[in-house]
Design a protein around this ligand. Sequence first.
Ligand code: SAM
Length: 288
Amino acid sequence: MNLCDIKTVKSLMDTFSLRFRKEFGQNFLTNPMIVGDIADAAADSAESTILEIGPGIGTLTRELCARYANVVSVEIDRGLIPVLTYTLNDFHNVKVVNEDVMKADLAALLAPYFGKGPVSVCANLPYYITTPILMRLLESGLPFRSITVMIQSEVADRLAARAGTAAYGAITAVLNYYGTAERLFKVSAGNFLPPPKVDSAVVQIRLYAQKPLVPRDEALFFRTVRAAFEQRRKTLPNALSAGFPELSKEQCVALVEAAGHRADIRGERLNTADFVALSDLIAAEIAK
Ligand code: SAM
């Protein structure tokens, strides 16, 4: 079954009375080379379990099933479940779950697989919800080895950006707390049915088994990053005083200087370690 063949895709959609649902970000991959490359990159061990988000009609799912021990695919669109039952019926290592990945109990869903081999995430993500899905996966605290995802090219740039560059943002600083991101390759819009409005890229996040940075107060670390980027054009002390009403402007200047920065620095110049150090000072100041 060639699910990258446009005629096959259209005929399946007709047979199962389906339409491409824009509200679910349904842009299906139609280039077998790209599908194969993503599946190859998803994990380095054949013993792996792969959590796939949004299998669509099963194009990437089939390639994952062929390479890895187990595949768990979470699909929000109930209408796609009968097609998936049909397109995946020759694989016995796949479990398809009809749920919204933002609400699913991922820990319970993956409990049978953790401890049996590495667990990684692989997906051609729905673009309307890319960042919330990535944040949910990272914040879940689940021991994923890696997350390999197709996302908008611009978001891929942001994830892999260095501090101080225009693409660097709150998501970069937070992501680097959990692991490192690498942009693997670009994919143009013509490789999807229907084609999305923007180009895409595949990014791989490798999660730390043991996080190298341990903030004194994790929630306060996230709050510090958010404050710095919510007022991106302001100097860091001004951005902090807007985000921490309990601190005076003078205290914010003193904290930024105590962390080893000039008072006119902007938050976008700080890397994750800088934010952890700064948030530790803020935590100590607030606790006084
Ligand atoms: N994996 C297929 C492929 O590569 O051709 C389809 C990818 S398509 C970009 C995104 C898929 O995610 C769709 O099947 C869509 O229905 C599904 N989806 C959208 N929002 C979702 C959510 N919140 N939870 C689970 N699946 C979702």
